[in-house]
Structures are given as structure tokens and as C-alpha cells.
Design a protein around this ligand. Structure first.
Ligand code: BGC
Length: 450
């Protein structure tokens, strides 16, 4: 008789992407990127390739004191950053965004942000100063300039009313004006992937791609300005940073040939069904839930836990993505973390075979995510076709998953054109530092042209 272990392995085969499938995904993504950049195809393209209006990478000479706001991951942060000759210091504070604000009105959201900002400035004795501010806003924005960005859609569980279709910088400025007590110059708005690219480029001149694998998924890269058909900014500069918003890849069914029943269920239970399909197969907001759905299925099939789950296992959202990292951190043959997680979920009756099954499910889902991100990065590397590129990466999944980095290095190496050298570099706080750098570069230029 076949053992439960073998059946679980067979069932999980649908989570395995073959090389042929990965190459197909790359070619489809490549087409979508080209469509996003093209004047006549952009409007209907799923991968939008938004222009950022950032054309200069930092040169390491940026100096000064800057404020930064970082909205878009699990937390909202305010930061104050000092860029000095040989030092860089940064202080920051995390503020919660209560869920009634995440799903309330835009006005309430911006008022909350402005209030946190004011409190932070008081605490850091800069309340009276007129500082330059960079705003990392990690949602799809159609930028009309460095300080003007129209929100296209909310992602990652946000749904504040009255913001989609509006200029987010104006929303922030209006909230600051309603208070009437702060004087700031908003120097730039950017995405976290862009921030990651800027922040890594500050340290490592070969950095040309920034990637986020955190609550959401996205990539930004350096494109030749001549390929950006919609660009209407300052002419004459060779490069332009592009915010791909690749998390939306698949929204037109392009990825259906590799999606599974678990992906479809995660999507239909989400706040934005049909949207951010690639992101839902990869990122931290969804990975734990994908694992949970597979575990539920195998329990109901009698393949795990003697067919007996627990209330928590059957509860949506109860399997956190951090569990995947914890479970896969156990050495082979050891199930210490796995046992702890299963106990937390009320599954203390799990046997060693169950734990091996759970770990296998986690491995399949995280490996698939790592391979999908690798396909994306390799597509960009091949498109850019530069001999050596560093990829700056940030986000909780990449940072905390014990094997993500290695899986990606191996896969990307197989997928890039011969002769392309690449490195994956963990970004140190890209969204905060990147916002300060964008503000600093903008101030530098303002002085140059003044
Ligand atoms: C957003 C991107 C962001 C990414 C990572 C996605 O949901 O659309 O703008 O960069 O999450 O935070």
C-alpha cells in the first residue's frame, strides 16, 4: 500500500515548476515588460512599468538631514536620517496602522500619518525645522513627476476610500496643511523597490535592480531612457528607473498554466480577487496561507494528523509566513521548530511523519516562490544584458527564510545568458534610506539648477 508520505509528495508535484515552465514564464514576463514600456501598449499592459522620474543614482556624496516616511509593508515608519561624510545615522519609529484605518477613508489615513510625523518630529527636536522629506509609498503609482503620483490600486490588505485615482503627495500635503503646525518640503515619492535600488546603489555601484520579497512583491530596474516611450521628463539622461509592479503579472490569466487550487482559493478569499496574481504566489502576505490550505487538504484526505486537524488549522490566516521560515530552519531529521509551530496550532498529536509532511509542503511552496522571483530577476538581467549587475533585495521573506537566497542564486545562474554575472545583496533598510537618498539627490539637483 502506498504511504501517506508518497501521496503527499505526489500531490505537491503541482507546486514544482519545471525548467520549461519557468522559461515560458520568463518569456511571458518579458513581453509584458515591453508592453508596459510601450506608448501604444502601456494602457492595456498588465505589468505597468511605471516611470519613476529618478534618473540619477546616488553618487555617495549626498549629505544632510532628511525625514522619511515609509508606508506599505506591515508597518508604517517615520525616520530621520543623517547622511554624513563617513557616517550615516538613522533613527526611526514604527507606528501601527490600525485595521480600521487600513480600510477606512484616505483622509483618516493621511491625518494619521501626519500626526505620527508631528509626534516623531517633536520627539527628535526637529518640530520647528523645515526639513526635506522623502516618501516611500509602496503601492502602484502612476508618477507624473518626482513629487506627483496617482494611486492605481491598493494592495496588501489596504483599501482606504477616496485615494485611488488621486495624487498621494497631495493627500499628504493636505493633511499637513489641515494641522497647520509643520513646515516640510516633500522632495520625492518612491516605491520600496526603488528605495532598495537607490540604497544599494549608494554602496555598490553595480546595483541596477531592486527587489522586494516581503509582504508584497515587486522589482525596480534601470532602463535606457530611449526604451521608455512614455517618458516626458528631462531629456538627455541615459537612464531611468522603472518600477515594474510585477506583482500584477498574471492578472490576465498569463500564469494560470502554473496556478493551483491553493492559489485560486487564496485569491478568491482576498480583499482584491483577480489582482496581484504573481504576488499572491510569492509574498509574505500569502505564503503561510498557501501552506495552510495544502495542510487542510491533506488532513481531510487523511494523510496528515491521523485525519484530525484543529480549530486553528481550519481558521483562515492562522498559519503565519514566519512559520515557513521557522520550520525550514530545522536541520534535516530535526523537527524542533516544526513541533513548536504545530503545538501553537493545536496539533500536538502530530507524529514525526506528519512533521516531515508539513516540512515538505513548506519547502515546495517556498521553493516555488523563490523560483518565480528568480524567473523575474533573470528576465530583467537578460533584458538589461549588462555584464555585471548587483541585485539589491529587501523584504521579510528574503531576509528570514533560511534557503531563499541560495535557491535564488542557483536558479538565476541557470536562467541568465552566459556571460552575465550577478550578485544578490541584502538591502539594509532600503525603504527608509532610499527615501532619504531620493530627497538628497533631488536637493542636490535643485541646488545645481538654482
Ligand atoms: C505593491 C508594490 C510594492 C510591493 C512590495 C506590492 O503590493 O504593489 O508597489 O513595491 O508590494 O512592498
Amino acid at each position: 500500500m502506498r504511504q501517506a508520505r508518497d501521496i503527499i509528495r505526489e500531490e505537491c508535484e503541482i507546486l514544482h515548476l519545471t525548467d520549461k515552465q519557468i522559461r515560458e514564464i520568463m518569456s511571458r514576463l518579458h513581453n509584458d515588460l515591453i508592453k508596459g514600456l510601450g506608448k501604444d501598449t502601456h494602457a492595456t499592459s498588465i505589468v505597468k512599468c511605471w516611470l519613476t522620474y529618478i534618473q540619477d543614482l546616488p553618487n555617495g556624496k549626498e549629505r544632510g538631514k532628511f525625514l522619511a516616511l515609509d508606508l506599505g509593508g506591515t508597518n508604517f515608519r517615520v525616520l530621520i536620517i543623517n547622511l554624513g561624510e563617513n557616517h550615516f545615522d538613522m533613527q526611526s519609529k514604527i507606528y501601527a496602522i490600525p485595521s480600521h484605518i487600513m480600510t477606512g477613508t484616505g483622509v483618516a489615513l493621511f491625518d494619521h500619518i501626519a500626526e505620527c510625523l508631528a509626534n516623531f518630529m517633536k520627539e527628535h527636536n526637529v518640530y520647528e525645522e523645515r526639513l526635506a522629506l522623502g516618501f516611500t509609498f509602496s503601492f502602484p503609482l502612476k508618477q507624473l513627476g518626482l513629487t506627483k503620483g496617482i494611486l492605481q490600486r491598493w494592495t496588501k490588505g489596504f483599501s482606504c476610500s477616496g485615494v485611488v485615482g488621486e495624487d498621494v503627495v497631495q493627500g499628504l500635503k493636505d493633511a499637513i496643511a489641515r494641522r497647520g503646525d509643520l513646515s516640510l518640503s516633500v522632495m520625492g515619492i518612491l516605491n520600496d523597490a526603488t528605495g532598495t535600488l537607490m540604497s544599494c546603489a549608494h554602496k555598490e555601484p553595480h546595483c541596477r535592480i531592486g527587489v522586494i520579497i516581503g509582504t508584497g512583491s515587486n522589482a525596480c530596474y534601470v532602463e535606457k531612457t530611449e526604451n521608455c516611450e512614455l517618458f516626458d521628463g528631462e531629456p538627455g539622461k541615459p537612464d531611468l528607473l522603472i518600477n515594474t509592479e510585477w506583482g500584477a503579472f498574471g492578472d490576465d490569466g498569463t500564469l494560470d498554466f502554473v496556478r493551483t487550487e491553493f492559489d485560486r482559493e487564496v485569491d478568491s478569499n482576498s480583499i482584491n480577487p483577480g489582482k496581484q496574481i504573481q504576488e499572491k504566489m510569492i509574498s509574505g502576505m500569502y505564503m503561510g496561507e498557501l501552506v495552510r490550505l495544502a495542510l487542510v487538504k491533506f488532513t481531510k484526505m487523511g494523510l496528515l494528523f491521523g485525519g484530525h486537524g484543529s480549530d486553528l488549522l481550519f481558521q483562515r490566516g492562522s498559519f503565519y509566513t514566519k512559520y515557513v521560515s521557522e520550520i525550514e530552519s530545522d536541520k534535516p531529521g530535526d523537527f524542533t521548530s516544526c513541533m513548536e509551530v504545530l503545538e501553537e496550532l493545536g496539533l500536538s498529536h502530530a507524529t514525526e511523519a506528519d512533521m516531515a509532511g508539513v516540512r515538505h509542503v513548506c519547502e515546495c511552496i517556498s521553493r516555488r516562490a523563490a523560483h518565480l522571483v528568480s524567473a523575474g530577476i533573470a528576465t530583467l538581467l537578460n533584458k538589461m544584458n549588462e555584464p555585471r549587475v548587483t541585485v539589491g533585495i529587501d523584504g521579510s521573506v528574503y531576509r528570514f527564510h533560511p534557503h531563499f537566497h541560495t535557491l535564488m542564486c542557483e536558479k538565476i545562474a541557470q536562467l541568465v545568458r552566459p556571460g552575465i554575472q550577478f550578485d544578490l545583496m541584502l538591502s539594509e533598510d532600503g525603504s527608509g534610506r532610499g527615501a532619504a537618498l531620493v530627497a538628497a539627490v533631488a536637493c542636490r539637483q535643485r541646488l545645481q539648477f538654482a
